[in-house]
Design a binder for this molecule. Structure first.
Ligand code: SAJ
Length: 434
């Protein structure tokens, strides 16, 4: 099938790069978002998120005239839904006393509903948002069929997850392998035609539920592997071992690749997606559930580490370096760093946080200061929470001139290998008890 015009619903971390990339590949794209601030920012040619290369791609897309920004969908050959699927903050499921989080599918539901009036015979609809298994068949089909068109007969419908890594989205969007799961083989084939416009990686077709499951399996696999690394760090602490040394030796084994422990797992994907399995099949997901609990409780392990290093936190000035959920991105969603700060504050500490990628971060309950110097100047303790290149590059010689603090807590192994002692610092690293 040939596509001249498409509509992308949701202009966030995935929708915006996707819309811009289609536009720079000669497709007319209507980018739709419900947030008026996002629309206004994009219309000015500015971006509301930090992603290397995104501004340039957006500028190029707007310059071609192929990308227009709109409040509501317009008639098009294809519709791509790329809206968020977070979990409910205030609702939980329960399975034998084990609480689990529930997916909030309201954005997907309303995006699908907004397509109904403009859906025409022969159109393709693709859901990209990470979703619980069977969402395409059980949630989307009934909504889209309100148009009086039959899914799989009058219009094509597929699920195709994005699998790009924040920080490398524009490159991975093009180069990564992509799975297109159709509700019929024809839907998958038409979906393949759409993404073949810019995807250079392998495109694999399958059914919709397989594609949904593939996405959840990838992130769950990573979550479980990070959980074991975090549990190993706790064990190393118990047994007087340096976990980083132990991991580097274990990873010499040709079939072992242990990931890195840290302050926890954040972001809008890995800390969220495994719950979609737990929610839909709690009786079959005990390992997944346990891994989630380990990673979610890792900020408490960091708190204990800080308490061991400092003693009582009451009234202590702490500089918390990094708020993002991982290195070299500005994304603070579900960030374990923020969780650690809340725990420190609950113990009575005065925390000043600095996030180099978002110096003006405005977070409820967190005092974010605009510079490293402001965070450090009256600190008694400095905690490295995110392994940002800029923070990792700090040297003992530099830090000693910036802060009266002499206690350092490194939760990400970013300051290893430097002679902090010689500069008068006492350093405590997560997973290192040697
Ligand atoms: N983390 C660790 N230790 C590690 C690796 C990561 O503690 O060894 C932490 C990070 O600091 C972060 C969290 O895990 O808090 C997640 O970071 P990440 O880099 O593993 O993943 P994301 O969330 O940025 O992106 C993931 C990717 N999925 C996989 O690698 C299987 C990406 O390909 C997906 O597209 C993305 O989720 C998504 O959108 O689902």
């Amino acid at each position: 099938m040939n596509f001249t015009k498409i509509c992308v619903l949701g202009l966030g971390y995935i929708g915006l790069p996707t819309a811009s990339t289609f536009a720079t590949h000669g497709i007319q794209v209507v980018g739709v978002d419900v947030n008026p601030n996002v629309l206004a920012t994009l219309r000015r040619g500015e971006i509301h998120i930090h992603e290397p290369g995104l501004r340039e791609t957006l500028e190029a897309a707007l310059k071609t005239g192929n990308l227009t920004i709109n409040e509501t969908p317009r008639e098009a050959d294809a519709f791509i839904i790329a809206v968020p699927t977070p979990f409910h903050e205030d609702k939980y499921g329960d399975y034998n006393g084990k609480q689990y989080k529930l997916a909030d599918m309201r954005a997907v539901t309303s995006a699908a509903e907004s397509i109904v009036p403009v859906l025409r015979k022969g159109n393709l609809v693709v859901l990209e948002s990470t979703s619980p298994p069977c969402t395409t068949l059980e949630l989307l089909v009934p909504i889209l069929e309100k148009s009086s068109l039959k899914a799989g007969i009058d219009f094509y419908l597929a699920y195709s997850p994005e699998r790009v890594l924040p920080g490398q989205i524009l490159r991975e969007l093009i180069e990564n392998a992509r799975v297109i799961g159709g509700i019929t083989p024809e839907s998958a084939a038409v979906g393949r035609d759409l993404y073949a416009i810019f995807v250079k990686g392998k495109i694999i077709t399958s059914d919709a539920t397989t594609a949904e499951m593939v996405k959840l399996m990838e992130n769950t696999y990573r979550d479980v592997n990070i959980a074991i690394a975090n549990e190993f760090a706790r064990l190393a602490d118990r047994f007087g071992v340096d976990i980083w040394e132990a991991i580097s030796i274990a990873n010499l084994h040709p079939r072992v690749k242990i990931l890195s422990p840290g302050p926890g797992v954040g972001g809008h994907c890995i800390s969220v997606d495994p719950w979609f399995f737990v929610e839909t099949a709690p009786d079959l997901s005990s390992l997944i559930y346990a891994a989630r609990r380990v990673n979610d409780s890792q900020p408490n392990f960091v708190l204990e580490l800080v308490k061991k290093a400092v003693g009582s936190l009451k009234g202590k000035n702490i500089a918390a370096l990094g708020l993002a959920f991982k290195p070299d991105v500005d994304d603070i969603r579900e960030s374990p760093a923020v969780e650690v700060i809340h725990l420190l504050q609950a113990e009575g500490a005065n925390v000043k946080a600095f996030e180099p990628f978002k110096p003006n971060a405005d977070l409820p309950g967190v005092t974010a200061v605009p510079s490293l110097a402001a965070a450090l100047k009256d600190a008694a303790v400095v905690i490295l929470l995110v392994n940002h290149t800029e923070l990792r590059a700090l040297t003992p010689e530099k830090l000693v001139t910036m802060t009266p603090a002499r206690i350092l807590v490194d939760t990400v192994n970013g300051w290893a290998g430097k002679d902090w002692k010689a500069a008068g610092f006492n350093i405590h690293s997560l997973g290192v008890n040697k």
